[in-house]
Design a protein around this ligand. Structure first.
Ligand SMILES: N[C@@H](CCC(=O)N[C@@H](CS)C(=O)NCC(=O)O)C(=O)O
Length: 104
């Protein structure tokens, strides 16, 4: 299942303290199929990020069904590393609300 990594445009910056690279590196290590969507560097121009995640920080991940996950990059990296990337996603366009319960 492919995901979309919404990250900053500084794709050349591959140092350990860089939030976007921290997450991208774990996607690589886990062999997750992903594509990159470069978001504006200026927070004021991150309209898609705000719409989808309810905040303006990068990176965040979008799944094929349109749902998203945004956590601190260290937590997101750990989520990927521990194999839990596809759990606990937000329903599309409703960041911050709980996913509906599964059918009985
Ligand atoms: N503490 C946040 C920091 C996120 C962060 O600073 N991301 C960078 C992109 S790699 C960013 O948005 N920089 C521009 C800004 O903060 O205005 C995290 O680890 O997720």
């Amino acid at each position: 299942m492919a995901v979309k990594l919404h990250r900053c445009s500084n794709t050349w910056l591959k140092i350990s303290g860089h939030p976007c690279w921290r997450v991208q590196k774990e996607l690589d290590a886990a062999g997750v199929d992903y594509e990159i969507a470069k978001e504006p560097l200026m927070r004021g121009k991150r309209t898609l990020t705000k719409e989808k995640t309810g905040q303006d920080k990068l990176p965040w991940i979008e799944f094929e069904d349109g749902s998203v996950v945004r956590e601190e990059s260290s937590a997101l990296a750990e989520r990927i590393k521990s194999g839990h990337l596809f759990e606990g996603r937000e329903p599309k366009g409703a960041a911050g609300t709980a996913a509906p319960p599964p059918p009985a």
